[in-house]
Ligand binder design. Structure first.
Ligand code: G6P
Length: 370
């Protein structure tokens, strides 16, 4: 097992550090930024279906559901195709409206999650075209779906999902870009800009790992005994806040909640006092000014602010108790970078609390029963 961990203390840490490589593996042969080409067999073969789709429904569970939420923002922004994201377990039992012109995208690392599999069967019975985004080759979901695109994350052993999440976002971003090109919903220059940015994202993920690990460790030491933690983000980074909170819950057993930053005033703000760490995802693009005012609201209630900011940021640094800098990228691709320090933060907290990082209590890597 020590050999399989490749010198890392835990599989989770190894998998966090594999992300630059596996993101590259995932787009290799599919993304040729200089030529302006993005192609995946499963999409090319079914392009007409995607172009005629009235709606895309995404079904998934857990971390894969969070990747689906990021994809909702990206696909709608790039292609203007309406997207809905559902928990597979809710979708399968609520008599959902599924039309022949709907495309269902099922996202699953293992390809074996029982609820996702059942949602796929239901969608097929109702005549929808079902596309899978799976990591495990030949898995049940990859066989049940009409077509699909694999992530190339390699085996993920740690129960808490890390590299599966970022490679799922990579595939879904490529799908959005391919459809946008076919539909003409992005300007030529925006299309090329996104392709270039995606191509260099592995280097930026590497940079993010190097920039954030030590500071995440220092912050972990300060907050390891917290009872609660709040994660806030907006836009593309709202799902990242959910994912950050899930990672902390899963492996450190600290109660954590993710929230859209602006919703804080409708409830969670009541929880804020000097005991409450609040992780705010505040990269410089997107809704930066709005997030800054959310940070001010937390500060005036004495919450402890841990902010994820773009390198060189000074405004948030003046307000926050701790800042973690990440490299600059486009708004749409920022989840691939903002998620890195959040993975590391929960990892270090869990290690400091002596938790079983790779096999947290009560959790399974793949939930094959209801
Ligand atoms: C379990 C795992 C999670 C995973 C979820 C969905 O809860 O512990 O890490 O996100 O299942 O799994 P899937 O294989 O369908 O992505």
């Amino acid at each position: 097992e020590q050999i399989e961990k490749g010198g890392y203390d835990h599989f989770m840490l190894k998998e966090i550090y594999e992300q630059p490589n596996v993101i590259k593996d995932t787009y290799r042969g599919r993304l040729l930024a200089n030529e302006g080409i993005i192609k995946m067999a499963g999409i090319e073969d079914n392009l007409e279906k995607f172009l005629n789709a009235d709606r895309i429904l995404i079904v998934a569970c857990g971390t894969s559901w969070h990747a689906g939420l990021v994809a909702e923002y990206i696909i709608e922004e790039f292609t203007r195709i309406p997207v809905e994201v559902e928990y597979a377990s809710e979708f399968r039992y609520r008599n959902p409206i599924i039309n022949k012109n709907d495309i269902v995208i099922a996202i699953s690392q293992s390809g074996e999650t029982a609820d996702t599999l059942a949602a796929i069967k239901l969608a097929k019975e109702n005549g929808a075209f079902v596309f899978g985004v799976c990591n495990v080759v030949g898995s049940s979901i990859s066989r049940e779906t009409h077509a699909g695109a694999y992530t190339h994350a390699g085996p993920e052993i740690g129960v808490a999902s890390t590299k599966a999440f970022t490679t799922q976002i990579t595939v879904l971003t490529m799908i959005a870009l391919r459809l946008a090109k076919a539909k003409g919903t992005l300007s030529n220059s925006d299309f090329h800009r996104h392709l270039q940015e995606l191509e260099i994202i592995p280097e930026k993920v590497q940079e993010a790992l190097e920039m954030t690990n030590e500071v995440a460790k220092t912050i972990a030491a300060k907050f390891k005994d917290s009872q609660n933690c709040l994660y806030l983000g907006r836009g593309y980074n709202f799902p990242v806040a959910l994912e950050g909170a899930l990672k902390l819950k899963e492996i450190s057993y600290i109660h954590a909640e993710g929230y859209p930053a602006a919703e804080m005033k409708h409830g969670p703000i009541a929880l804020i006092d000097e005991q409450m760490p609040v992780v705010v995802i505040a990269p410089k693009q997107g809704h930066y000014d709005k997030v800054v005012s959310n940070i001010q609201e937390i500060k005036s209630r004495s919450g402890k602010i841990i902010a994820i900011v773009t390198k060189g940021d000074t405004q948030v640094r003046d307000l926050a108790d701790y800042v973690i800098e990440i490299p600059d990228t486009s708004d749409a691709l920022s989840p691939l970078l903002t998620t890195i320090p959040l993975q590391l933060l929960s990892y270090h907290i869990a290690v400091m609390r002596d938790c079983n990082v790779d096999q947290p209590r009560n959790l399974a890597k793949s939930v094959t029963v209801e």
